[in-house]
Design a protein around this ligand. Structure first.
Ligand SMILES: Nc1ncnc2c1ncn2[C@@H]1O[C@H](COP(=O)(O)OP(=O)(O)OP(=O)(O)O)[C@@H](O)[C@H]1O
Length: 220
């Protein structure tokens, strides 16, 4: 499904990703583990086209993504929830979730269908629906960012450190939500980054370890 080959990224002249290669399969969850600064966020941003690559390739179902801008990659079915959520404070939770649909000019009927599906998958968002994005807690914001990613994640769901900064009970709730999602969305490949793997053990079918921009597969 999504294939990353020999991906190289430089930031300010420094090699941040070195020949990173891995494959994500439909219905499978992959966990990318690494310490702070190892290159997890850079990997996701490069897949999304939010950072230029120095070399290598990213393909989705055989289609070369390297020349596609970020919005086009989202339009091809890749949803991304960044670590820092990036919610629009003045937009309601529902409007925040709809942002990618508006950007991609998704037909109204499809928007409504996806929105219903997201509120069913993430019932904890129902009561927050009309609250402003700036009025939700950090933990709630992570779920909103997950909902917004699901608006377009027909094929691939990229989640950057979703547990970062969450209280243990909320992290556990998020992990359960992710397990349910993984069960229900069997045609979607999931990639989650984390600094510690323990909350993702239940869903991880592939574990990758990144250290100073280089990747190692961990056999568990
Ligand atoms: N805008 C930037 N300018 C300079 N260096 C950067 C920039 N963004 C990332 N880096 C460097 O690239 C490396 C990888 O960063 P990245 O954010 O991908 O790490 P990470 O594994 O996601 O860690 P974290 O958990 O801290 O986000 C780090 O050494 C970081 O300092």
């Amino acid at each position: 499904m999504l294939s990353v080959k020999n991906l190289k990224v430089e930031i300010a002249g420094i090699e941040v990703l070195r020949n990173v290669s891995f494959t994500l399969e439909a219905g499978k969850a992959t966990v990318l583990i690494g310490r702070n600064g190892a290159g997890k966020t850079t990997t996701l941003r490069a897949i999304m086209g939010l950072l230029p690559s120095k070399g290598g390739s990213v393909q989705l179902d055989g289609c070369d993504l390297m020349k596609q801008p970020a919005y086009a990659r989202a339009g091809l079915g890749i949803g991304y929830a960044p670590e820092d959520r990036r919610l629009i404070s003045d937009f309601s939770v529902e409007e925040n979730i709809l942002v990618p649909a508006l950007a991609l000019k998704m037909p109204m009927a499809e928007r409504r269908r996806k929105l219903d599906e997201i509120f069913t998958l993430l019932p904890q968002l129902t009561t927050l629906r009309s609250r402003p994005g700036g009025g939700v807690s950090g933990g709630q914001g992570k779920i909103v960012a997950l909902g917004r990613a699901l608006m377009v994640a027909e094929k691939v769901l990229l989640l950057d450190e979703p547990f970062q900064g969450l209280a243990p009970a909320l992290a556990l709730e998020y992990a359960r939500t992710l397990a349910t999602l993984h069960d229900k969305k069997r045609d979607v490949a999931i990639l989650v980054t984390e600094s510690s793997p323990h909350l993702l053990k239940a869903i991880a079918e592939q574990t990758l370890h990144i250290e100073r921009g280089a990747l190692h597969e961990v056999v568990v």
